[in-house]
Design a protein around this ligand. Structure first.
Ligand SMILES: [Zn+2]
Length: 174
């Protein structure tokens, strides 16, 4: 189970974005199979310079609030089974701790939110057209775009990146 960060661009932008990625310490690798729900002409690439993006600061502010996107779903399921709130909290905390322990050994070379901002701004400056950013939580099941959100370049900041949600495609608008 890993965090993975992908970018979604047009095929014609691949060479430009690949060069920018290298300049920013990232690596562009075609993502297979592509996440379900992308539009025609959208190409998806993994960006991890290492094995995965575990430990990434992207979305970390949200996660630190206990706002893992699948927590609510788990909570509802367990509550239906008759579990009390305290028991559910303990269980989710245990799951989170074991996940962190496992991920501590992953070969990830994560980039700061500032570095990600720099990379995205450089890509928008290069007029590559569409630029999408996604943070995935990969547990082996097929990935899909759960929602799309547009972000104006003027609104982009490290704090915004620290708040992104998993499996949501953020369209950066130049
Ligand atoms: Zn990992």
């Amino acid at each position: 189970m890993c965090h993975l960060i992908t970018v979604v661009i047009a095929l014609r932008a691949e060479a430009d974005v690949r060069a920018l990625a290298v300049a920013h310490g990232l690596r562009l690798v075609a993502f297979r199979p592509p996440t379900a729900g992308l539009r025609d002409g959208e190409h998806q690439y993994a960006t991890c310079p290492g094995q995965c993006d575990c430990g990434t600061p992207l979305g970390a502010t949200r996660r630190s609030r206990g706002g893992r996107d699948d927590d609510e779903h788990q909570r509802a399921k367990l509550s239906k089974k008759g579990w009390g709130a305290a028991k559910i909290d303990r269980w989710l905390a245990q799951v989170d701790a074991s996940r962190k322990k496992k991920q501590a050994n992953h070969d990830s070379r994560t980039k700061s939110c500032e570095a990600w901002c720099d990379f995205i701004v450089a890509a928008l400056d290069a007029r590559i057209g569409t630029f999408g950013l996604m943070l995935h939580w990969s547990d082996g099941s097929p990935l899909e775009v759960v929602r799309r959100v547009s972000v104006d370049r003027a609104a982009l900041s490290p704090a915004v990146l620290a708040e992104i949600e998993e499996n949501v495609l953020y369209d950066l608008l130049s």
